[in-house]
Design a protein around this ligand. Structure first.
Ligand code: NAD
Ligand code: LMR
Length: 343
């Protein structure tokens, strides 16, 4: 059997915190498998270039067998030339006194040219994951500037929220994360996101499946107690976990964000297996989400695109939460339109 072809992976913000956790996992083969050679392309701004160069020295010192080459650049076109996988991590953080519009405008100035460069020079099979916040709308901006790339190739990361939901459920049920599947994050990667356990399945050590609501009722005492726990504890904990990490750690999540980015791309390229996961992709109108918005859905990968899981029953309470998150995405879309960043 012939060896897999090398894959060119571009990481923006390579000199930052997430970059430092992400690049070593990509180079070790955790993202695409240990036998797939990787050509890393690190894209930074001048202020971050020394940190990216230092990271590249350490990558060399790891002597990863799958790592073919490392290129570092501040040139956006060179950064995406021929790239197969683009991880858009670098973004402008919210500074003191910055309004949401200022933040969107500052990020538009990053993601519009990056989208255009992907359109102009990336490989035909390019897959894009936006991590930098506000991730969904940054992906929307980048995609709008890449008219020749299918819109479903631009995704935003909600896998960290998905993983956070699994972890909170596992802690509550005192079972391993691997026993839980078919949990969903809907909407925006923000505090309005909707962690949803309605269709979750728990499989015990002897392989017997139960619904997640049943398993939670057995631990929490009753279906009513489950509802209260979801509303008062689980949903706010997952949706505000990013803020909790910032408060406790003093800076935003990095290793867990990098792990989630690896999970997202791994499953997109290599497949999701038996259960679905969560990712933000362009809406086709499913579940009442405006076509064109980049929203999180339950998804499975067919290697080309994340397919939205169809036909799931959504309770009125969950739908009301989804609608609220979609209103936020709509507001962000309207704001970037009114700022002239997309048409
Ligand atoms: P960081 O500040 O440590 O690093 C960001 C890096 O991006 C810096 O090195 C900076 O020089 C670089 N950068 C800025 N503009 C750039 C550009 N135009 N091109 C290339 N590089 C550029 O930040 P971090 O902790 O690595 O986080 C990065 C982003 O990820 C932030 O926006 C953060 O809010 C977001 N984030 C998202 C999730 C998620 O789940 N979607 C989770 C955690 C963090
Ligand atoms: C996270 O979910 O950890 C981040 O998106 C938080 C942030 O604002 O960087």
């Amino acid at each position: 059997m012939s060896a897999p072809s090398p894959v060119t992976v571009t990481v923006t913000g390579a000199g930052g915190q997430i970059g430092y956790a992400l690049l070593f996992r990509i180079a070790s083969g955790a993202m695409l498998g240990p036998d797939t050679p990787v050509r890393l392309r690190l894209l930074e701004i001048p202020a971050g270039i020394r940190a990216a160069e230092g990271t590249a020295l350490e990558l060399q010192d790891c002597a990863f067998p799958a790592l073919d080459s490392i290129d570092i650049t501040t040139d956006v076109s060179a950064g995406f030339d021929g790239t197969n996988i683009a991880l858009l991590v670098g973004a402008r953080p919210r500074g003191p006194g910055m309004e949401r519009g200022d933040l969107l405008q500052a990020n538009g100035a990053i993601f519009a040219p990056q989208g255009a460069a992907i359109n102009a020079g990336a490989a035909d099979d390019v897959k894009v994951l936006v991590v930098g916040n506000p991730a969904n709308t940054n992906a929307f901006i980048a995609s709008a500037h890449a008219p020749d790339v299918p819109a479903e190739r631009f995704t935003a990361m909600t896998r960290l929220d998905h993983n956070r939901a699994l972890a909170q459920l596992a802690l509550t049920l005192q079972i391993p994360v691997r026993s839980i599947c078919n949990v969903t994050i809907w909407g925006n990667h923000s505090a309005t996101q909707v962690p949803d356990i309605t269709h979750g399945i728990v499989t015990d050590s002897s392989g017997v499946p139960r619904t997640l609501p049943e398993a939670l009722a057995a631990v929490l005492g009753s279906p009513g107690a489950v509802e209260a726990w979801l509303d008062e504890t689980f949903i706010p904990r997952v949706a505000k976990r990013g803020a909790e990490i910032i408060e406790v750690r003093g800076s935003s999540s990095a290793a867990s964000a990098a792990a989630a980015a690896v999970d997202h791309m791994h499953d997109w390229v290599l497949g999701t297996g038996a259960s679905w996961t969560s990712a933000a992709r362009v809406s086709d109108g499913s579940y009442g989400v405006d076509p064109g918005l980049i929203s999180s859905f339950p998804v499975r990968s067919n290697n080309q695109a994340w397919e939205i899981e169809q036909g799931l029953a959504v309770s009125p309470a969950v739908q009301a939460r989804i609608d609220r998150s979609i209103r936020e995405l709509r507001d962000e879309r309207d704001m970037v339109r009114s700022l002239g960043m997309v048409r």
